[in-house]
Write a protein that binds this ligand. Structure first.
Ligand code: IDC
Length: 467
């Protein structure tokens, strides 16, 4: 508050003296702007900044903002809410369609992830359409704290606190533009385990597990969507409503698996997402996952699929986060001998998207964790599915590897959903076989070893920023 008062005062002085020395011309447009620049986090060699641009002059239709760094080693590597380029020490942000027009007094929030070497001083100047933004402020917020514990506001759900989500830089951000991590559970295939998803089980997930997230795994093949498109679409919608009623985010998973080329289901995906996106557009709790696990298919084919399905979702629900599966069972290519560079070098041409990473703790260990650690500063990642066991969904429950993974995801603020909140007779399931025949989902006796670990991890207090 103090800061913005000072900024306004500075602008008034600047404009006051301009009015005295310049003879106003009737046709000249009033010009002026201010920028609030904040480094929101910084790590070795990299940083993330937000840039709030306020137009203090007449309405502008189309704009560029120049940000002059004092140091040519500072580079914008990825930006949002504008098209970012850089030449020498000047980075330029050009409006995107939806923020092209800035009325008098209107603001727009931009941001970027940057790299630097040596020191990272704040920019020396900003200008909007060539006019210096006087009275601009720069600041650095407290950073690098990723493990703070906090008590969530009593009686408020994850969706009430965080509202509509968006991708900012490499993070999932809440309505205050602050990075958050969602922790939750995935269904098993809803064509097989439908009876596990009812009021009692969802109450337990929201109230006892304190889950932020409910992933709805809608298989396309294997007796799934293709056998009854309207029936599965309506079941997904009702599960979205059940999650919403309990303040949880709902992740709609188009669970392709075999065949592994998502383009095999391209028409089905367009039909399905057009329908669910239109029906759920006004909701704040929906996230779309467009291809569970592409496999045996190139990144170029997956990217092409994504660039056809995402516009269908955007046409109906423009502001929702969309998650794109990656090559080799969503391993960022690692399980087929590649790595994250194929995505970094050839990203999907869309904004407000994240990339899926999946792992099974007993099968995927240090080299996969290394890939995630590297990729996390370059790509927005979301672990939409992982297991505590072998990639088969069964076998040994690997506590050590699971804990190593979850510690890493917590540290990087990467959201996750565990496979599965079901009573399947396999070690990945969180509930003991037979649980879904009864009405008790809350007592500790219904949990498997995997379920007990996940419930203990997920139910700890969230740390959602509220301003
Ligand atoms: C598994 C189920 C298993 C089912 C099999 C085939 O746990 O009961 O028989 O699918 O449909 C994935 C997939 C997910 C798999 C899971 C475990 O996304 O569908 O579920 N897994 O194999 N990727 C890696 C592992």
């Amino acid at each position: 508050m103090k800061r913005s008062t000072a900024v306004l005062a500075a602008c008034a002085v600047a404009f006051g003296s301009a009015a005295i020395t310049v003879i106003p011309q009737a046709v000249a447009a009033a010009q002026g702007c201010k920028v609030d620049y904040t480094v929101t986090s910084q790590w070795s060699g990299g940083f993330q900044a937000t840039v709030k641009v306020t137009n203090l002059g007449d309405v502008v239709n189309g704009w560029t903002l120049a940000v002059v760094f004092p140091n040519t080693s500072q580079r914008v590597t990825q930006g949002w809410n504008a098209t970012w380029t850089q030449s020498g020490s000047t980075a330029t942000a050009t409006n995107v369609d939806w923020n092209r027009t800035l009325g008098t007094g209107a603001s727009t929030d931009l941001g970027f992830v940057g790299s630097f070497s040596g020191s990272n001083p704040t920019p020396t100047s900003f200008s909007l359409n060539g006019v210096a933004c006087t009275g601009s402020t720069t600041s650095t917020s407290t950073t690098t704290t990723t493990t703070t514990t906090g008590t969530p506001p009593v009686g408020r759900t994850p969706v009430e606190i965080n509202g509509q989500l968006r991708v900012c830089g490499v993070n999932l951000c809440n309505q205050y533009n602050r990075p958050i991590q969602l922790r939750g559970m995935s269904t098993h295939g809803i064509q097989w385990f439908d009876k596990c998803y009812n009021n009692n089980s969802l109450n337990a997930l929201a109230n006892d597990w304190k889950s932020d997230l409910f992933r709805i795994a809608m298989y396309v093949q294997e007796q799934g969507y293709e056998t009854n498109p309207s029936g599965f679409t309506s079941r997904v919608n009702s599960l979205v409503d059940m999650a919403e009623a309990r303040g949880m985010y709902a992740l709609i998973d188009f669970h392709i698996l075999t065949p592994g080329d998502p383009n095999y289901n391209l028409d089905r995906a367009k039909t399905f997402f057009a329908s669910v996106a239109q029906r759920n557009a006004a909701k704040k709790n929906v996230i779309y996952e467009i291809a569970n696990e592409p496999n045996g298919v190139s990144w170029a084919s997956i990217k092409s699929y994504a660039e056809q399905v995402i516009p269908v979702i955007r046409a109906a629900d423009p502001d929702a986060v969309v998650i794109v599966g990656t090559r080799a069972w969503s391993s960022l290519g690692v399980s087929e001998g590649s790595n994250e560079s194929e995505v970094i070098n050839n990203p999907v041409n869309a904004t407000n998207i994240m990339y899926a990473f999946h792992f099974y703790a007993a099968s995927h260990k240090d080299n996969y964790r290394a890939a995630v650690s590297r990729a996390a500063s370059r790509l927005p990642l979301f672990v939409t599915e992982f297991g505590t066991v072998l990639a088969t969904g069964g076998g040994t429950f690997d506590r050590t590897s699971t804990v190593a993974w979850l510690d890493l995801l917590d540290q990087l603020k990467i959201s996750y959903a565990n496979w599965t909140y079901s009573d399947a007779n396999e070690s990945s399931a969180a509930l003991r076989p037979g649980t879904c025949n009864g009405s008790d989902y809350s007592s500790s006796g219904v949990l498997t070893e995997s379920g007990a670990l996940l419930k203990a991890r997920i139910s700890t207090a969230d740390n959602f920023p509220t301003s």
